[in-house]
Design a protein around this ligand. Structure first.
Ligand code: FES
Ligand SMILES: [Fe+2]
Length: 356
């Protein structure tokens, strides 16, 4: 089967009601050709989070990233906006800047061509004898949007504005005022499984009764988790509210913005599973922990959050690794889904609509 046929068949399954829903086929997780298709059909068309606005505190603050093979430069410009430009010189294509820091202009280290934060070429030494030289050369620009304090980019000039795409979810999160929350800690894990296994693990609590038997199950039992109907741009999973630990709600703004919100317990907390997707079977997870402004100096609460978040994720790691291994075998089959896995169906419908 070609990649297209594979995804068309998945799209057909998605017409099935929840009672008949099944897991995606193994190829969706193991085939590098499917990953290439995801890059073209999904990641280069979607809105993807690349940081928090506080990472660019002042004019000239910059961060260089790679987005599915394309080097991008995100910088705060003279007007105070965060802009995204191709981090590839118009001379001989050097990837110009690395890491993060502060600059007054974008200068290529190779032959010192210099660009403004609007991407326009400002200076190019010794090019006056070239008839091919174009003084109007400009670094290609990529769209950015700020959403709840996150900086998003989209490489698709025709993508719906994120403010429209995520409007239903925005309304649900508005009371939290997440723009003012700050990262208090971050944990990093090199993860040897397909990114969709991570999304699916995050999206359902069916596995809480086994994997998180002593950590989560006593407060948020698997059987009482409920997937919500949404407009299709995101998935949402609610848990029963524990009298001591409060509520835990999981949101996935498709394709890769994974956020959990803890409220009403000892510590209000947001987790952002920041995925740096490297290959079909590999990504780097930056698990970033956020507190509301009043709590950012609470070292005891931060240490406790780091310990529990790390503990729970380490309970998931061997499961996700073993799923990737099982999917890679000839014996893999697309098993039926439980009603407790409803958010996976929402995710698969999203994928099918874009990948087919
Ligand atoms: S490659 Fe950038 S100035 Fe030559
Ligand atoms: Fe888990």
């Amino acid at each position: 089967m070609t990649g297209t046929e594979e995804w068309l068949s998945i799209a057909e399954w998605r017409e099935e009601p929840l009672e008949r829903a099944r897991a995606l086929s193994a190829r969706a997780y193991t085939d590098p050709a499917i990953f290439e298709r995801e890059k073209a059909k999904l990641f280069r068309r979607a809105w993807l989070p690349v940081g928090r606005q506080e990472e660019w505190p002042e004019t000239g603050s910059y961060k260089a990233i790679d987005l599915f093979g394309d080097p991008l430069l995100l910088a705060r410009d003279l007007q105070g906006d965060i802009v995204a430009l191709a981090n590839v010189c118009r001379h001989r294509s050097m990837r110009m800047l690395e890491g993060s820091g502060r600059i007054s202009a974008i200068q290529c280290p190779y032959h010192l061509w210099t660009y403004g934060f609007d991407g326009a070429l400002r200076a190019a030494p010794y090019m006056d004898q070239s008839a091919a030289f174009d003084a109007k050369a400009c670094l290609p620009r990529v769209r950015t949007e700020i959403w709840n304090g996150w900086v998003f980019v989209s490489m698709d000039a025709n993508a719906r504005p994120l403010s429209v795409e995520a409007s239903e979810l925005s309304a649900k999160l508005a009371h939290l005022e997440l723009s003012s929350w700050r990262q208090v800690a971050a944990l990093q894990y090199h993860s040897a499984w397909n990114w969709k296994i991570m999304v699916e693990n995050f999206a359902e609590s069916y596995h809480v009764m086994s994997a998180h038997k002593t950590s989560l199950q006593p407060f948020w039992p698997a059987a009482q988790s409920v997937g919500q109907q949404t407009d299709g741009s995101y998935a949402e999973l609610h848990h029963s509210v524990d009298p001591v630990m409060g509520s835990l709600t999981v949101y996935i703004l498709f394709p890769t913005t994974l956020i959990s919100v803890s409220e009403g317990g000892p510590q209000r907390m947001v987790l952002w599973y920041d995925l740096d997707i490297v290959a079909h079977d590999r990504f780097i997870l930056n698990l970033r922990i956020f507190f509301p402004p009043a709590d950012v100096g609470n070292e005891g609460a931060i240490a406790s959050a780091v310990q529990s978040v790390d503990f729970v994720h380490r309970e998931d790691i061997p499961l996700c690794e073993a799923v990737q291994r099982g999917l890679s075998s000839r014996f893999s089959s697309s098993g039926p889904l439980s009603h407790l896995e409803q958010p996976l169906v929402t995710f698969h419908k999203y994928l099918a609509a874009r990948m087919a």
